[in-house]
Ligand binder design. Structure first.
Ligand SMILES: Cc1ncc(COP(=O)(O)O)c(/C=C/C(=O)C(=O)O)c1O
Length: 351
């Protein structure tokens, strides 16, 4: 039985040998060989399916560490700003730990699946009249003024937990990939993966480190533009972030690895979202598909040498924001065929 991120990697994490782990069995997610993508890109592409975590996003890796450490420190309440997945994960792990949680989300911009998770787990949910960056600013102020433990990815415990995905990729492949691709929003995840790949090399558990290829949504691409984006806009609400908290660390990951951080349009994101589900059997939320859209763009630009070993992280499950699967390619709504209960009509509908 997989024991969860803290137990499986305890000696490589910043946590005491006897600290009880607050876990929901996170980590140990599938690394799936993507035949269609491999053929299309001319490389060996594996997809790290992080939607298979307990709250259906990669955030659980960081949250098990942050809540484990918060509980050990005697915290009674945690708080976070979120575009949705962090709030869902914080609420679930806080509940598991018997700690109360408060989450601040941009009003009207949180996907229904994520909202339902935060509410289901009993979080106090504040809808802020602003964007994610405003929520994070407010959270920092509240955590300074009140006895609440901030669990956003500015908290190093989150980065610690999230780096384990890099460990799992090397453990599964027996080597580090040549290129690792992932979406970039607040930039905690690219920071965490780079830390994990470097640590495995330093420990002699990997002979190399990958180039880090990060992708932002074109309407929310501050690192690509080189300045904050005041009004970030994208259908990929998970990465609708204009002033990443881990900006410098993301640039370090890009530069030290000889990688890149680029942007992809909403159209490219939605096309990649559909390509994944309709050809690979992998269902992700739009923000996650920014990594696949970016891989296709990089391959088009000749940045993926033939035969490269490439891993791509898809960060959240498609059920978080299911509406996008029900829209046809031209944006219209798809309506399932209705048939009376008789075999002839059904057979005719099946064509
Ligand atoms: C599905 C999904 N994919 C990618 C990202 C970007 O990761 P970072 O670059 O580490 O921020 C997020 C981030 C979400 C939040 O920031 C939040 O939940 O508050 C996400 O939910």
């Amino acid at each position: 039985q997989w024991a969860g991120v803290v137990e499986e990697y305890r000696e490589l994490l910043d946590v005491g040998p006897d600290t009880p782990a607050v876990t929901l069995g996170e980590g140990g997610t599938p690394l799936i060989r993507a035949e269609g993508l491999s053929a299309r890109v001319g490389a060996e592409v594996h997809v790290k399916y992080e939607g298979m975590n307990p709250t259906a996003s990669f955030k659980d890796r960081g949250m098990t560490m942050a809540i484990t450490k918060a509980k050990a420190a005697g915290a009674k309440a945690v708080i976070c700003a979120s575009t949705g997945n962090t709030s869902a994960s914080a609420a679930a792990y806080a509940t598991k730990a018997g700690i109360t949680s408060a989450v601040l989300v941009p009003a009207g911009k949180i996907a229904m699946g994520k909202m339902s998770q935060a509410v289901a787990h009993g979080a106090t949910l504040l809808e802020v009249d602003g964007n994610f960056d405003d929520c994070l600013t407010l959270c920092r102020k509240l955590s300074e003024a009140y006895p609440v433990h901030l669990v956003n990815s500015v908290n190093p415990d989150r980065i610690e937990g999230q780096k384990t995905a890099a460990f799992e990729i090397v453990d599964a492949l027996g080597a580090a990939p040549d290129i690792h691709v992932l979406p970039v929003g607040n930039a905690g995840n690219i920071t965490a993966y780079w830390k994990g790949f470097r640590e495995y090399r330093e420990l002699g558990l990997a002979g190399s480190v990958p180039k880090m290829f990060g992708f932002q949504a074109a309407g929310a691409a501050p690192i690509v533009l080189g300045h904050p984006v005041d009004e970030p806009e994208t259908v990929a609400t998970a990465i609708r972030i204009g002033n990443p908290a881990s900006w410098e660390q993301a640039e370090a990951a890009r530069d030290e690895s000889g990688g890149l951080i680029d942007s992809v349009t909403d159209a490219e994101i939605l096309a990649a979202h559909r390509l994944l589900s309709s050809t690979e059997g992998i269902f992700v939320e739009p923000g996650s598909a920014a990594s696949v859209a970016g891989l296709l763009k990089a391959a088009e630009a000749g940045l993926v040498p033939a035969g490269s070993l490439v891993t791509v992280t898809v960060t959240g499950h498609g059920l978080k924001d299911p509406q996008w699967a029900l829209k046809s390619a031209d944006g219209g709504d798809t309506t399932p065929v209705r048939v009376p209960v008789d075999a002839v009509s059904a057979a005719r509908a099946l064509g």
